[in-house]
Design a protein around this ligand. Structure first.
Ligand SMILES: [Zn+2]
Length: 81
């Protein structure tokens, strides 16, 4: 079994980075890690696409931050997957 911790992050970490990415609170190195995961993981890919669209709508409509409860719901649905 080959382990590549530096390159591959797990789904939970990928989603955490996704939030940071969308909030522009992420470094370039972290972006590439998270994008590598998204490319290989269909589940996170879908979440990322959904989230990106959602965030754009939020920004263009009223600039409101995503409610904390919604973030938590998304995280728990990902953990359950
Ligand atoms: Zn994943």
């Amino acid at each position: 079994m080959e382990q590549n911790d530096t390159e591959m992050i797990d789904c939970r970490e990928a989603i955490t980075k996704l939030y940071m990415f969308l909030d522009d609170e992420i470094t370039a190195g972290e972006v590439s890690k998270f994008k590598t995961h998204i490319e290989r993981c269909g589940h996170c890919n879908e979440v990322a696409l959904f989230y990106e669209k959602f965030k754009k709508v939020m920004k263009s409509s009223c600039g409101v931050e995503m409610p904390t409860g919604l973030k938590e719901k998304l995280i728990s649905s990902i953990k359950a997957a």
